[in-house]
Design a protein. Sequence first.
Length: 380
Amino acid sequence: MVWRVIRRRIVYVVVFSMALFSLVAFRRRETVTIVAGVSNSDLVDCNTKESQFFVEQLCSNFSRGLLSGSYCSRLCGGYQYLKCMGHGVKSHVILVQEGSRSVVLKSMINEDSSEISYFFETAKKTNVYTKKEVAVSVRNALGAIMSADQINTETVDKLTHHYFKECDSNHNGLLSYQEMAICWRLIYSEEYLFGVLLGTYKGIPQVYGTCGDVFAVQYAEEPIFQPLWNSFPLTSWVTRAHMAIALLDVIEEFETTPYGVLYLCDLQASNLALQKQSDGSYKAYAIDMDISFFEGAMLSILQQDMDELKKCEDDRKCSFLSCHSKCIEGKCSQKLDTSNLQVLCTELLTNKGDVKEGLLHDPPGGVASKLQYLLRRCVH
């Protein structure tokens, strides 16, 4: 595919430029911290006392046998509260220290969603639920991120087994109303679903387990918010090149999933994290995947929107955030017109998007023209 060829060529030129730069430039120590802490102004409704109480209450409920999960014992056996990273009335993002590692606790509950509302409106507290009933919910949740023909029995069974393992506290093969209420929230948390479904992918923070409807994930450093991106003009070419390669590697990984291309329809700096490695390179992570879809589901969403509008008049009617198709003869094309790579090049690597000057600005003279040519191709 043309996008993969462009990506490979960009990486090749960037790697070559790093070698060139190391020969002609004095290698000074970096003074810019790219993954520095996020100020409170970047967080929404973040309250330390409330978030501390949230974790304390979670462990209290676990000790009283009111909830379970594979991560409860490790968390409640001894943790150090570090900080609130953001929370609202029905969602929490909290950083704690568990043993030698930093862990992010997430409870992403949308009680207003149709799936959550349906459960609490129809379920009875005397109900018990079998694996078959959980499998139906798993299949429905998968239907939101992939097309129906991609949902196979093997995937549904694997996920059903996983959710039962997390939610069936007494291991009797049935879920009580309370257990199912917790499991339901986990099933319909798309970020958790992606973490389980693509758990071996390097670009997704590792899921450590759950405690009630809270799931614990790898701390992949802070999101790269706008003020930090704007510091890139002061950062050396070698450092910026390492960062660009890490981002390009993540994009390539999402091109080859078992379910087709995974489109990050909200690909922006605040939904990515960069983690510096001991050798000076970086690892990149997608840390917010709530608006991500496999290709089949993405086309279905565009087609559904088109059906509701009867017809499109221009390409704007065939767009969903950064995922686009074209309007052809009054209908949205069944082929996406943009790729993750194109959006990455536009928004982050060049000066066409939100990042001041772009991550790959001012490359060494020996590769400048070739790299700029490839980036133009990537954008357009």
